[in-house]
Design a protein around this ligand. Structure first.
Ligand SMILES: Cc1cc2nc3c(=O)[nH]c(=O)nc-3n(C[C@H](O)[C@H](O)[C@H](O)COP(=O)(O)OP(=O)(O)OC[C@H]3O[C@@H](n4cnc5c(N)ncnc54)[C@H](O)[C@@H]3O)c2cc1C
Ligand SMILES: Cc1cc2nc3c(=O)[nH]c(=O)nc-3n(C[C@H](O)[C@H](O)[C@H](O)COP(=O)(O)O)c2cc1C
Ligand code: SF4
Length: 643
């Protein structure tokens, strides 16, 4: 069996295996940092999936300094009983619990003044208060107070957050820390705050209590914290009595190594982990985009002692059990889309994290999937993500389900998304649904278009339409010329583009991703977008948009924003800088092929389709309101738990 499942000890703490759930803020706590049922059962479910150690998300140590909305708190003794509920449920489900303790001024939400390691830090142009040595000592005490509370709440270990641009990381990093007193200047000056925290916690909790630091292996930034810094810091921490070091990377919100989207290579931190491991004796935990295969290899080849896994456990808490049982093919793999999880942290309108295609995340406490009281026959029309999710949940609830899909495969538009350069992980979603529907023995009929006659002949109690949306073809003069094609046709590989210039009309997500797909060195690509900003429908700040825009720049894709395509000609597109009705300055964009990416519309009318009189019918996903997959899947789930 893989060494991943061999026991290991972190100081005095024995773990049943070498898998560690890394800290991830959920926003499931209450407004005052208190534990909620939602938070408790989310962690209990992950513990039940077989992971050896759960690092409960970063808890804030000063009442005015939560780092995200509804962050978990550990700043007062009134919070201890709630935290005890978390540890009790994690222990009952067979795992061990660690609490990450941290402090951010940069992300502080309550309007608290921005203090910093250094007022000369790159993001302090608007003014930061540089912490004085007295203030630093006060904060050191807050870490130690929080550590004592964590132990009282029966956490088996604590972890100090010291990467991703949090306060300790600011001190450690030459990128942020430009002090010239004893807390800066040299490497040992930069390390002082971290080491003083360690020392004070050790003084208060003794030598035995398991104590971890989560550090950066590299900030991957010019002038940032380097692998050499990471090795030196790990040695110093080991000398100070550290039990294990957990290695992450990046600079938090400044670059996207910390929570990498799908275009960042996997395993970036492994060589650094190996380097640290060769220089220290304490166990080294390495995470960041690990697949089961990479995790097993990293442990067996000695690159890491333990493997940190984050988002894969949001998507599928059973990841460890499935890997151990040789059922890795059944995992609901994380797509590194960052849409549901990281995206929620960056978006004030969303209360807490969710997952693209695990709609149970955050709802574990209410056990949303229950056996149906009356079993029905359900016909699902369309095998995109919405149809697959309705079929999956309905079958689990005991209904008889038939799924009709007109094409030869499941997945709908997800197959197109997976064809684009940064989203190949999306293929895993299609594989998951295909595997689950087979395992659940859903009657899936591929290559079967649902016509009125067929639907009538398959009498059922419930019909769920999940037939997706269709690309809009606007009445631009020349739109029917033979060289005008749809982005879908390009991404589906139905059309090979001859060499030469290509114009993409529409600079939303699918237009830009299609441009990214086409711009391969043989085609010069121009995108024409009517709005002032291209890619407005891609959430900023979670790495996806940033990576895409950077690639388009590198591939020299030209983007015209604020321009309307007024006419398509045989070898070009006429565009106008008066997007309302055209006119003004007109420019000609040369194009041997013109690709349309102008949004989606539903093919269904509001009217009841021609169905048996007594039957119920519903619409879900893009055919109800064209949007995105996460919306389609969650809508499908919400319907399926009610039928
Ligand atoms: C390039 C691209 C990138 C995208 N990237 C993202 C992303 O990063 N994140 C995100 O959240 N969303 C993304 N989307 C959008 C997302 O893919 C869709 O919102 C989602 O697939 C909608 O799901 P659905 O099941 O409602 O419809 P669809 O995926 O369109 O599936 C509908 C299915 O119904 C079938 N069907 C239609 N008519 C019939 C019939 N009469 N009988 C039987 N079967 C029928 C179709 O063949 C199809 O398989 C992307 C889309 C594209 C094109
Ligand atoms: C929603 C979310 C919140 C996170 N919050 C934290 C955090 O509070 N502390 C931390 O050290 N890392 C945090 N991370 C980073 C993860 O622990 C992990 O290092 C990262 O997601 C990469 O690993 P993965 O590919 O296994 O997810 C967070 C990640 C996500 C997705
Ligand atoms: S929302 Fe996306 S990135 Fe986050 S856990 Fe789910 S699949 Fe992974």
């Amino acid at each position: 069996m893989s060494r991943l499942f061999e026991p290991v000890t972190l100081g005095s703490l024995r773990l049943k295996n070498r898998l560690v759930m890394t800290a991830m803020s959920t926003c499931f706590a209450g407004p005052g940092g208190e534990v909620t049922d939602r938070l408790v059962e989310y962690y209990a479910t992950r513990a039940g999936g077989g992971v050896g150690l759960i690092t409960v998300e970063e808890a804030y140590i000063h009442p005015q300094l939560p780092h995200v909305k509804n962050a978990l708190g550990v700043f007062g003794s009134h919070l201890i009983p709630g935290l005890q509920r978390v540890t009790r449920r994690i222990h009952e489900n067979g795992s061990r619990a660690s609490l990450q303790i941290g402090l951010y001024f940069r992300q502080a939400l309550n309007g608290f003044p921005r203090y910093a390691a250094s007022s000369k830090a790159p993001d302090c142009s608007a003014g930061c208060k540089e912490l004085t040595p007295e203030e630093i000592q006060y904060l050191t005490g807050l870490y130690a107070d929080a550590a004592e509370r964590a132990r009282e709440a029966r956490f088996d270990a604590i972890e100090i957050h010291a990467c991703h641009g949090c306060l300790v990381a600011e001190f450690l990093s030459p990128y942020w820390n430009h002090r010239d007193d004893e807390y800066g200047g040299s490497q040992s000056g930069r390390f002082r705050f971290a080491l003083e925290i360690l020392k004070m916690i050790r003084n208060r909790l003794g030598d035995e209590y398991p104590l971890l630091f989560r550090i950066s292996g590299s900030e991957f930034t010019p002038d940032g914290f380097t692998p050499e810094d990471a090795v030196a810091l790990s040695k110093e921490l080991e000398n100070g009595g550290l039990s294990a070091v957990s290695v992450s990377g990046g600079l938090g919100h400044v670059n996207h190594i910390a929570i990498p989207p799908g275009d960042v290579p996997r395993g970036l931190l492994l060589p650094i982990g190996k380097q640290i491991r060769s220089e220290v004796n304490v166990p080294v935990i390495i995470g960041n985009s690990m697949t089961p295969k990479m995790a097993a290899e990293a442990v067996s080849s000695g690159m890491a002692d333990l493997i940190g896994i984050g988002r894969p456990l949001i998507a599928d808490p059973q990841w460890p059990h499935k890997v151990k049982a040789g059922r890795a093919n059944e995992i609901r793999h994380c797509l590194r889309c960052n849409q549901g999880c990281f995206g929620a942290l960056q978006d004030e309108s969303r209360p807490y994290i969710r997952c693209m295609y695990n709609p149970e995340v955050g709802r574990e406490f209410e056990c949303p999937i229950q056996e149906a009281e009356s079993k029905k026959k359900i016909i699902v029309i369309g095998g995109g993500p919405a149809g697959c999710e309705v079929a999956r949940v309905s079958k689990i609830r005991g209904h008889r389900v038939v799924l009709l899909e007109k094409s030869a495969f499941l997945g709908g538009q997800i197959n197109l998304a997976a064809a684009t350069p940064a989203k190949s992980d999306f293929r895993k979603m299609v594989e998951f649904y295909a595997g689950e529907l087979k395992r659940l023995q859903v009657d899936v009929r591929l290559g079967t278009e649902a016509t009125d006659e067929l639907l009538k002949s398959l009498t059922a109690d419930v019909y769920v339409f999940a037939i997706g949306s269709r690309p809009v073809k606007p009445p631009i003069p020349g739109v029917d010329l033979p060289h005008v094609i749809l982005a879908w046709e390009v991404l589906a590989g139905k059309i090979q583009l001859p060499e030469g210039p290509v114009a993409v009309i529409g600079g939303g997500a699918s237009g830009l991703e299609t441009a990214d797909f086409i711009a391969d060195g043989h085609h010069s690509v121009t995108v024409i977008e009517m709005l002032n900003t291209a890619g407005r429908d891609i959430q900023p700040g979670i790495g996806v948009r940033e990576g895409l825009m950077q690639r388009l720049e590198e591939k020299q894709v030209k983007i015209f924003t604020g321009y309307r395509a007024v006419k398509i000609e045989e070898d070009g597109v006429i565009i106008s800088d008066r997007p309302l009705i055209g006119g003004g300055n007109e420019t000609r964009v040369p194009a041997g092929r013109v690709v349309l990416a102008l949004g989606m519309q539903s093919p269904l009318s509001e009217q009841r389709p021609d169905l048996p009189d007594q039957a119920m019918w519903y619409r879900v996903g893009d055919c109800r309101n064209p949007g995105n997959a996460i919306q389609a899947i969650h809508q499908a789930f919400d319907l399926a738990i009610r039928i």
